[in-house]
Design a binder for this molecule. Structure first.
Ligand SMILES: [Zn+2]
Length: 319
């Protein structure tokens, strides 16, 4: 039924194999952990969350969408003594900011950092998504489970509780909880305000949804700007890159991803069949796509190639 939300089609597009659910937090460095976002079939995804145990407190990058995901962050934070000091949202999609509400309630005083793109989305994309959810509930059959839709509406209605305390309006170095981080802002990429972070202490790069698996989630993307953002990532020194969705990767695998992204755009610009683009994407990404996800890749690529072939909707704010 969620297929009706066509702009979120990947988010619910498949009836095939399921991605595995939550694992234990994955340790990337002595003080950096990833809480993997799940993406079960028939459900909306959670983005990956990153926890940095900084000297003067804890930083969480992206807070998930579902309570089950954010609860994992809370449980993990409660294991330690340090306070949660800062949240950074890489972009405004609900699977990356939804947990702001719960974390703010549980850790009063935490400061949220993000671009200001959510404000525009609240009156645009999210407002129309909310309407579609309302309509779906109104037209639901008795067998439909409308609870997740109501939860989505409640999340959208949390409004100000999702918004940043501090707007990231340009790329610069910041010190959060005693940790020096390079914060970068991309204006027209996966969204109209994508933040990515370099942690020079560990050589870890947090890419947000500039890197997503099993496919690039192009729902609100300016594809040309996204490719430029990938160039910026490529020009950066890092040992490990944490994508918004999918497993952390080394430099070599990121290069595969970037090359495959370029090839996907080229395929979309050609008259090749979408299944050929899907095949090329799968082969180009090597072992980056989880085995469980492989069956749903062709439908997702089909959807996004068609989106790429439609007039670009999200490049208009390009200056
Ligand atoms: Zn995401």
């Amino acid at each position: 039924v969620l297929r009706r939300f066509t702009f979120l089609a990947t988010l619910a597009s498949c009836v095939c194999a399921s991605a595995q659910s939550a694992d234990a937090p994955m340790q990337l460095a002595s003080d950096v952990y990833v809480i993997r976002g799940a993406y079960p079939v028939g459900s909306q995804p959670d983005g990956n969350s990153i926890v940095i145990l900084a000297r003067e407190g804890i930083i969480v990058v992206d807070t998930g969408r579902h309570v089950s995901h954010t609860q994992q962050i809370v449980d993990f934070l409660k294991l330690g003594e340090r306070p949660l000091v800062a949240i950074v949202n890489t972009h405004w999609h609900l699977d990356h900011i939804g947990g702001n509400v719960m974390l703010r309630a549980q850790f009063p005083g935490v400061q949220v950092y993000a671009s200001d793109a959510l404000r525009t989305a609240q009156t645009g994309f999210l407002a129309s998504y909310r309407q579609q959810l309302e309509q779906a509930i109104a037209e639901a059959k008795p067998t439909d489970d409308v609870a997740p839709w109501r939860t989505e509406i409640a999340l959208i209605d949390a409004g100000p509780k999702l918004l940043p305390d501090h707007v990231i309006d340009r790329s610069r170095n910041v010190t959060l909880a005693g940790r020096r981080l390079a914060v970068h802002l991309e204006k027209n990429a996966a969204t109209d305000g994508d933040v990515w972070l370099e942690d020079p202490t560990t050589g870890i790069l947090l890419a947000g949804d500039l890197v997503t698996l099993p496919v690039p989630f192009l729902d609100t993307a300016c594809a040309s700007g996204w490719e430029t953002a990938l160039d910026h990532l490529a020009a950066t020194r890092f040992d490990t890159l944490v994508p918004g969705h999918g497993v952390p990767m080394d430099r070599e695998r990121f290069d595969l991803y970037r090359t495959a992204f370029h090839a996907l755009r080229a395929c979309a610009a050609s008259d090749q069949a979408t299944y050929a683009c899907a095949k090329e994407w799968r082969e180009g990404t090597g072992d980056l796509i989880a085995l469980d996800d492989i069956p749903r890749v062709p439908a997702m690529i089909d959807y996004y190639v068609k989106a790429l072939r439609a007039p670009a909707r999200y490049c208009t704010k390009m200056k």
